[in-house]
Design a binder for this molecule. Structure first.
Ligand code: ATP
Ligand code: MG
Length: 471
């Protein structure tokens, strides 16, 4: 792959500055980082073009999926500050990063596109994720089609964009950052037997999987490590690497893929399977979280698991530890015959989930109100102590992000100043961006504003106080 390239695959056109086209789009895709400062100068596919993704693909070299992008000046990578590695999966490495123009913390999944298997997995993931596109600026002005117009689903990890790094041969998928780890972390620390918590997890999961199934997709890899959580208590479905597009609601898939341990009996036996197989995987995942360990025998490998799933009754939760209603909920998910298993939308009506709608509405309302309250306070002047608000981790993350972002912005401003294109004074970060950062970190806006103000003062102090304030 050359040092400048665009990758075209199955209707997607991925460039160093983001997705230019997606299958079936009538317009150029919105993606992220394309605010006024990151325009696509020099792009062979100017903004506002109405060419379809297929047309776009036809313009590229079919041999290596490349078009020449030597004139492109701003890449998505330029706008991302990498913070640390979040983890490693079968598909590639996942990093934590900050998107500089928006101050949004994101997760970046890097996938090597030279590897054919990974490339196929990546395209599948992209297709599924694209249905849940959330432009990073949050402007909601998506020009993309179909489901995106319906609005993204808040119970699925949001997809912000994807871009190529030609020098590395990698595609990076930019995702919503989930700061609470996964349900697997809960399992690893002994599980969670609190039924109110389990009900809320189930409710949010079912809303998410119902959205996926309504778009004729099977997830096929539902397991605790693919259900991510954040400090707001949200649970979101991630990892669409082996998602399968179905032709219609009755369609069946028969390819043998996915994580063995959470596979439904019909899948592990190699029979046809459909939406009900995701319901089984969820039931078993929830069972594992409740118990704090995987409930089936795994010593016998594939054959042992096949035997226990096919020939033995489904596992059920201990009577003395869990309520009848919760045990019934799990039993419904783990019906051996997929035809007897309720759908996600039917399960949403199960008595175990009574009250979840109201609780979710209430917690969203509280979050909204606390954000409004925060916006009404001015953090720059007051000196009250807010040390007890938010976690220590969030506060040290704030320190790290503030230092990195402000130093970078200051360097950029100084360069512009040198060639006469800078604003007269080094600007403060807009309050709306600090508010979004505060929300993501779970900190008070005041605390974030104060931290940035301190850094801003330090930086302009370095200028000797004249050029930052000159009129
Ligand atoms: P597998 O490849 O078997 O699915 P995995 O789910 O662990 O394993 P990835 O989806 O590549 O693989 O993720 C690797 C790790 O990165 C995850 O375990 C998770 O801790 C972290 N991670 C992934 N996506 C996010 C995200 N959006 N926000 C925060 N952390 C994430
Ligand atoms: Mg995963």
């Amino acid at each position: 792959m050359s040092d400048s390239g665009t990758f075209a695959i199955e209707g997607f056109l991925i460039r160093p500055d983001g997705i230019a086209f997606a299958p079936g789009d009538n317009h150029q895709s919105p993606g992220f980082g394309r605010g006024p400062s990151t325009g696509r100068r020099g792009s062979p596919l100017p903004r506002g073009s109405s060419k379809s993704g297929e047309d776009a693909e036809a313009k590229t070299n079919p041999k290596d999926n490349m078009v020449d992008m030597t004139t492109m000046t701003t890449t998505a990578e330029d706008e991302l500050l990498r913070l640390c590695v979040l983890g490693k999966g079968a598909g590639g490495i996942v990093y934590k990063a900050v998107h500089v123009p928006s101050l949004r913390i994101v997760a970046i999944k890097k996938i090597a596109v030279f590897d054919q298997d990974k490339r196929h997995q990546m395209v599948r993931e992209l297709k599924a994720l694209y249905k849940n596109l959330v432009p990073i600026a949050g402007a909601g002005s998506s020009t993309a089609r179909g489901s995106i117009r319906e609005g993204p689903c808040p119970y699925i990890v949001a997809f912000h964009d994807a871009f190529i790094t030609p020098s590395e041969g990698n595609i990076s998928i930019v995702l919503e950052y989930m700061d609470g780890g996964s349900l697997q972390d809960i399992v690893d620390t002994g599980g969670c037997g609190l039924e109110s918590v389990l009900a809320n997890i189930s409710y949010r999961f079912l809303l998410g999987i119902d959205f996926i199934h309504a778009h004729h997709q099977l997830h096929r890899d539902i397991k605790p490590s693919n259900l991510l959580i954040n400090h707001h208590g949200a649970v979101k479905i991630s990892d669409f690497g082996i998602v399968r597009e179905m032709d219609g609601t009755q369609a069946k898939a028969s390819t043998f893929v996915g994580t063995l341990t959470y596979m439904s009996p019909e899948r592990i036996s190699g029979e046809e399977y459909s939406y009900a197989s995701d319901v089984w995987s969820f039931g078993l995942s929830l069972f594992t979280v409740a118990l704090g360990r995987y409930p089936l025998q795994t010593e016998g490998g594939y054959w042992g698991l096949l035997h226990s799933l096919r020939d033995e009754p489904s596992p059920s939760l201990p009577e003395d530890e869990f309520s009848t209603v919760f045990r019934d909920f799990i039993d419904q998910c783990l019906k051996k015959d997929p035809k007897e298993r309720p759908s996600a939308s039917q399960l949403l009506e199960h008595p175990f989930l009574e009250g979840c709608t109201e609780q979710l509405e209430q917690s969203e309302q509280e979050r909204k109100m606390s954000r409004q309250r925060d916006m009404m306070e001015d953090g720059r002047d007051e000196e009250d102590d807010m040390e007890d608000f938010g976690s220590d981790t969030a506060r040290s993350e704030l320190d790290e992000i503030c230092e990195l972002i402000m130093d970078l912005e200051y360097e950029r401003w100084k360069k512009k100043e040198a060639n006469g294109t800078a604003s007269k004074s080094f600007p403060r970060v807009p309050r709306s961006k600090l508010a979004a950062l505060a929300d993501q970190l779970g900190l008070r806006l005041k605390a974030v504003e104060r931290r940035f103000e301190r850094k801003w003062l330090t930086l302009i102090g370095r200028l000797g106080g004249h050029s930052a304030r000159r009129k």
